[in-house]
Ligand binder design. Structure first.
Ligand code: TRP
Length: 361
């Protein structure tokens, strides 16, 4: 591992530019040749998904699935404890995440949906992978740093090694594309390093996955601050139309009655216009022009109607799925079986490459 310090010293912008270039190339190729790619992504089951998750990532996953990308979606249950104590009401949260996935259009016939804790061989990859990274490179990983700061807890071994566990998530099924926001790039870079070093040290078992960089659709909560459960400012995918209306009614705006789209000077109003825009395929500016002197009352009415219309079919599907827990359990069982098959095969390959398949007879 003599190259550990040099590769980490590469200026961040260079690797970002390179990642962006590769991401654009792959996006272009997906239009004609999606079937040759395998994507992996996922979420930690820590609470209910909100419409920021929908526009920021879920809708994109469905798009990739529908293009024909072989899609793997991880419910990262073991990773709940990276930044908190205990897994919480885990069964309920795993099922609620699954309901959201299915309701927005992820299709278990085309997307393998599975949970970490049901796939032992995936987790076992953590061991050889940990041997390929240094504590220094983990400590300077910007994503680890910001996740640590957000958690307001001391650094745990699991938090420090979070990027290595994610490498196991991605590499166990040899995914070659990972849809991420810019903030998660350092994690993906760590996965690429692990894949490459495994190849240099043993044998080339793993591809180096590329990021599919999504445009940041930064939707704020109804108080103009990042959506978060503790602030009670999130429009959840699974909320009722009435609860949505109440939340939007309380939304913070400003004292200027005339509605304009000005993200710099009027972030709260701009955020509501953005929401209306995302739900209707019209620009925020055109909504602002139309609402004009209608003021924040009219603005909120527009947003409420747009959000509720967009999510009505998803919410109806959600209700059907919630009424059928047997089906949900079946979907996960099938996904977990498929993930186990692939993880077992990869672990066999890894152990063979390491020369540690031996016989004591
Ligand atoms: N860390 C991601 C999150 O915050 C979830 C995740 C776990 C993930 N493993 C992954 C995402 C692998 C992409 C690839 O929510």
């Amino acid at each position: 591992m003599s190259d550990v310090s040099t590769e980490a010293a590469a200026p961040e912008s260079t690797s970002f530019d390179a990642a962006q270039r590769r991401s654009r190339q792959i996006e272009a190729e997906l239009l004609t040749d999606a079937g040759k790619y395998r994507m992996l992504t996922g979420d930690r089951p820590t609470g209910r998904l909100h419409i920021g998750h929908y526009f920021g990532s879920l809708a994109n996953r469905v798009r990739l699935q529908d293009l024909g990308v072989d899609s793997w979606i991880l419910v990262a249950d073991y990773q709940v404890i990276t930044d908190r104590e205990g897994v919480g009401p885990i069964r309920e949260r795993v099922l609620s995440l699954l309901v959201d996935y299915l309701a927005v259009g992820l299709d278990p016939a085309r997307s393998t949906i599975f949970t970490h804790s049901a796939v032992p061989a995936l987790n076992q990859l953590m061991l050889p992978f940990l041997s390929l990274v240094t504590d220094a490179e983990l400590r300077r990983n910007p994503t680890v740093k910001s996740e640590l700061a957000a958690s307001q807890r001391p650094m745990s071994g699991l938090m420090l090694t979070y990027p290595v566990h994610q490498a196991a998530d991605i590499l166990f099924c040899k995914a070659d594309v990972v849809p991420v926001g810019k903030d998660q790039l350092p994690h993906l870079e760590q996965t690429r390093v692990v894949a490459r070093r495994f190849g240099e040290t043993y044998a080339p078992v793993f591809p180096q996955p590329d990021a599919l960089l999504s445009e940041a659709t930064n939707i704020l909560g109804t108080d103009g601050v990042k959506m978060s459960k503790s602030r009670n400012n999130s429009i959840e995918i699974g909320m009722t139309a009435d609860a949505t209306a109440r939340l939007i009614k309380r939304a913070v705006t400003d004292s200027d009655r005339h509605i304009t789209y000005d993200p710099e000077q009027r972030p709260e109003v701009a955020n509501l216009l953005l929401l209306a825009s995302l739900c209707t395929d019209r620009s925020p500016q055109s909504w602002a022009d139309e609402i004009g002197d209608g003021g924040s009352g009219r603005l909120k009415a527009v947003v409420t109607e747009a959000v509720n219309a967009t999510f009505a079919p998803i919410r109806a599907r959600r209700a059907e799925l919630e009424a059928d827990p047997g089906y949900l359990v079946e979907v996960l069982a099938a996904g977990n079986a498929r993930a186990n098959e692939v993880a077992d095969a990869t672990l066999d390959e890894v152990r063979a490459a390491m020369g540690m398949v031996y016989d004591l007879a």
